[in-house]
Ligand binder design. Structure first.
Ligand code: ADP
Ligand code: MG
Length: 394
């Protein structure tokens, strides 16, 4: 569903019963091409920001609260601005919004009473980061004309999720939503928080395929993986006191010492360290227009998530295994946190409709469920939406 400003403005005005002209902010979702679960281990990731975005319309109000309405959830939450500093998570969708307000307040940035109307094109819970799109667009909306360093914007949005919502995620999603750029993937160094843009070959299309399943295991398993990586770091520290995160461990050093790490954390570390290296290899292959190598790295990354990180599931493995046998497919892998959500596929543009037809029918036949397909074209990062004069109300 593509959203247009006129619909956002009329949705806002109808819901809040006002004729006030809201400002609108947009922040994109993202698809990660390679480097999964490497961000909280301070390694490399390689996402693109998507055209699909979350939109937040906001106008100041006199009622002393943040009234927050999600068009997608058809639900409203409200918090008096005086209570934002003491607010606690409730387990509801609105935590992502109130969490951002709370984190801004902690920085000494005043959050003013307002009506806030939210609608998103990013499918929720599918690994395309609807949560970061919501956090970043909310942060921009609450900031209004006040400016903040882009990297601080990403960090505030991340803290809303790690500190307030309570999900120990890395920085990739929020960073990508802020720094996205048209025609380019972003190679992010999650330790230095620096990035470089890498152009992708024109001769390949990127398509995300939504399995439309999300296994409940996801959140607890995510925490478990974070803890297992810390166990691996603790074991490696015994051999080299300088190691603070898996980022500090080279693949060759890991191969030398891996036997001294207990089996489960060893497998987790092997995934993280090898996938972070695959980011660098993928960027090099991309610069060299080497589609076969890009595809090979995709599949290697998937197998690493399947067997070492153990975060895939039957539906996702089926989508990958089926896709890579189709003509014109260079590679496929799961993207995002895991246990469902989306795969990402590198497909020759001329084979796209055949790819979709075949994968759609195979998946329906096997699971009785339709997958969804999203064309992934690298898009710009978050910002204010300039409204054409005709779309504002007098
Ligand atoms: P992902 O980020 O991969 O989409 P998450 O589980 O991290 O999945 O975030 C999804 C959650 O973010 C939703 O369950 C909901 O709480 C919140 N969310 C995302 N988009 C919206 C929206 N448009 N309205 C309300 N809540 C949303
Ligand atoms: Mg998320």
């Amino acid at each position: 569903m593509a959203l247009i400003p006129q619909e956002i403005i009329s949705g806002f005005c109808e819901h809040f019963g006002t004729t006030a002209n809201p400002d609108i902010y947009r922040a994109p979702g993202r698809v990660n091409l390679i480097g999964e679960h490497t961000d909280y281990n301070l390694g490399f990731v390689f996402p693109i920001a998507l055209e699909m975005a979350c939109y937040v319309a906001i106008a100041p109000a006199e009622h002393g609260s943040l009234r927050i309405y999600s068009h997608d959830w058809s639900d409203e939450a409200s918090v008096p601005v005086a209570f934002i500093a003491d607010a606690k998570a409730s387990g509801e969708w609105s935590d992502y919004v109130i969490g951002v307000a709370h984190e801004l307040t902690k920085l000494g940035i005043l959050v003013r009473a307002a009506n806030v109307w939210i609608a998103s094109e990013v499918p929720a819970g599918s690994g395309l980061s609807s949560s970061a799109a919501l956090e970043v667009s909310t942060a921009l909306a609450l900031l209004g004309s006040r400016s903040i360093e882009p990297v601080e914007l990403a960090r505030v949005a991340q803290r809303a999720e790690t500190q307030f919502v309570g999900m120990p995620c890395g920085i990739m999603d929020q960073y990508t939503s802020v720094f996205g750029r048209e025609h380019a993937a972003i190679q992010i160094d999650c330790r230095s928080l620096e990035h470089q843009y890498v152009r992708l070959p024109d001769s390949v299309s990127i398509v995300a395929v939504n399995s439309n399943v999300k296994h409940e295991l996801g959140t607890s398993a995510y925490r478990e993986r974070v803890a297992e990586c810390q166990e691996a770091v603790a074991a490696i520290k015994q051999l080299n006191g300088d190691v603070k995160s898996l980022r500090d461990v080279s693949l060759s050093f890991f191969q030398e010492i891996q036997e001294s790490i207990p089996l489960v954390p060893r497998k987790r570390a092997r995934h993280v360290i090898s996938d972070s290296q695959r980011v660098l290899d993928f960027a090099a292959a991309s610069r060299a227009n080497d589609l076969d190598e890009m595809g090979r790295l995709f599949v290697a990354s998937h197998r690493s998530m399947q067997y070492d990180y153990e975060i895939t599931c039957e539906e996702i493995d089926f989508l990958v295994d089926t896709a890579i046998k189709l003509p014109g497919v260079y590679g496929a892998r799961m993207t995002g946190g895991g246990f469902g959500g989306c795969t990402v596929n590198l497909v020759a543009p001329g084979q796209m409709s055949h790819f979709q037809e075949r994968l759609d029918s195979a998946y329906r036949q096997r699971f009785g469920l339709a997958p969804a397909f999203y064309d992934c074209v690298p898009a710009r990062g978050a910002g204010r939406v300039d409204l054409p004069v005709s779309s504002t109300r007098a």
